[in-house]
Design a protein around this ligand. Structure first.
Ligand code: P6P
Length: 340
C-alpha cells in the first residue's frame, strides 16, 4: 500500500510505459508474462510438501547438476508462458543445453529474448529456505521475422533492457530493474496480484554483512583469505561490526544485500577457476539490478556487465553489493596479490 493506494504490477508497468511516448509497451507486457509464470511456480513451490514435486527428477542438466523436480516444472512453466507471450522470440535456461527459438510467426516478429535460471537455489527446496527465479531481458540482435540466434543470448550485461527475480521466501516478491530504477512487488494471494511494496530500491553504499561459503576458505586465493580475515576481525571501533550471513541461495542472499546492504562473494577458487555462478542468468541480471540500485557487480578483473560472453553457460567470479564494500574487498585482494 502506498499512501493507501494499491498499485499492481500491471498498473505500474503501464504507468512507466506512459512516461516514454515512443514506448510500445512490449517490454511491460513481457514483464507481466514473467510475473504470470512466477505466480504458477509460486503455487507449486508453496505446496511442494503436499504434492509429489519434492526431491530429485532423476536427471541432470548441462551443468552436471542433479535436477530437482521443481527445477523442471519451473523451467517448463517459463518456456510455455513465454512461448505464448506476444513479446518473446526465444529463451535460454540453466536447465537447457541450448537456447530455444520459438518458431511461430508471432514469436519470430518479437523483439526480445529472455534468459533465466528457473529455480535458483533449488537444493534448498527440501528445507524450505528461500529460492527464486532469475531473469534477463535483451533486445534481440538477429533479424526480426526470423528465428532468434545464439548471438541474441551472448550479449554482455551492459546491453540488458531489464532484469529481475521472483523470490519465493517468507512472502513472494518480484523485483525488477530497468536502467531507470529498481522496484519490488509483493504478491497479495487474496487478489493474486503483485503489488508495489518497495518503490525505487537503493542499495546502501555500506553494509555490515558479508556473505560467502566459508567452507571453501582453504580453496581461496591468498587475497581472498586476506579479505575474509578483514571481515572476521570485526572491529566496532573502526566501524566494522560485520556479521556473516549465507543462505546458499543466490536470490535470497542478493535480496538481503539489495535491501540491507552488504557484500556477496562467490570467488574463483582452486576447484572452480571461474567461480560457480553463471554469467548470463545469475551474475549479469543480479549485477544489472544491484547497479541500477547504486551498487556494484565485479568479477575481480572487470565489471560483470562488461564481460563479453563466449558461451551460454559460462561462469564468472562475482563480488557484488554495496559499492564501498565491493571496492574495499577488491583493494585488499589486489594489494595482497601484488605484495604476495
Ligand atoms: P555453494 C545454488 O545452487 C547456487 O547456484 C546459488 O543459488 C548459490 O548462491 C550457490 O549455488 C551456492 O553454492 O557452493 O555455496 O553451495
Amino acid at each position: 500500500m502506498l499512501q493507501g493506494k494499491l498499485i499492481t504490477l500491471d498498473e505500474f508497468t503501464i504507468q512507466e510505459t506512459r512516461k516514454f511516448p515512443q514506448a510500445t509497451g512490449e517490454l511491460s507486457s513481457l514483464l507481466r508474462d514473467i510475473a504470470l509464470a512466477g505466480k504458477v511456480i509460486n503455487n507449486k513451490v508453496r505446496t511442494a510438501g503436499l504434492s509429489d514435486v519434492l526431491g530429485k527428477q532423476g536427471s541432470s542438466n548441462i551443468q552436471g547438476e542433479q535436477q530437482e523436480k521443481l527445477d523442471v516444472i519451473a523451467d517448463e512453466t517459463l518456456i510455455h508462458v513465454l512461448k505464448n507471450s506476444a513479446d518473446c522470440a526465444g529463451i535460454a535456461s540453466e536447465e537447457n543445453d541450448d537456447h530455444v527459438s520459438y518458431e511461430d510467426t508471432f514469436s519470430a516478429n518479437s523483439k526480445y529474448v529472455v534468459l533465466f535460471d528457473p529455480l535458483d537455489g533449488s537444493s534448498n527446496i527440501d528445507v524450505n529456505a528461500s529460492i527464486g527465479t532469475i531473469f534477463s531481458i535483451y533486445r534481440r540482435v538477429s533479424e526480426l521475422g526470423k528465428t532468434c540466434t545464439e548471438a541474441d543470448f551472448l550479449q554482455p550485461g551492459n546491453k540488458l533492457m531489464a532484469a529481475g527475480y521472483i523470490i519465493y521466501g517468507s512472502s513472494t516478491m518480484m523485483v525488477y530493474a530497468t536502467k531507470l530504477s529498481v522496484n519490488g512487488f509483493t504478491l497479495d494471494p487474496s487478489i493474486g496480484e503483485f503489488c508495489l511494496s518497495h518503490p525505487n530500491i537503493k542499495v546502501p553504499e555500506n553494509g555490515k554483512i558479508y556473505s560467502l561459503n566459508q567452507g571453501n576458505t582453504n580453496k581461496y586465493s591468498e587475497g581472498m583469505k586476506a579479505y575474509l580475515n578483514y571481515c572476521m576481525e570485526s572491529n566496532k571501533e573502526e566501524g566494522r561490526p560485520y556479521s556473516h550471513r549465507y543462505i546458499g541461495s543466490m536470490v535470497g542472499d542478493l535480496h538481503r544485500t539489495l535491501i540491507k546492504g552488504g557484500i556477496f562473494i562467490y570467488p574463483a577458487d582452486k576447484s572452480s577457476p571461474n567461480g560457480k555462478l553463471r554469467l548470463q542468468y545469475e551474475c549479469n541480471p543480479m549485477s544489472f539490478i544491484v547497479e541500477a540500485a547504486g551498487g556494484l557487480g565485479h568479477t575481480g578483473e572487470e565489471r560483470v556487465m562488461d564481460v563479453v560472453p563466449t558461451e551460454l553457460h559460462q561462469r564468472v567470479p562475482i563480488y557484488i553489493g554495496s559499492k564501498n564494500m565491493v571496492n574495499k574487498a577488491l583493494e585488499i585482494i589486489k594489494e595482497k596479490e601484488v605484495v604476495g
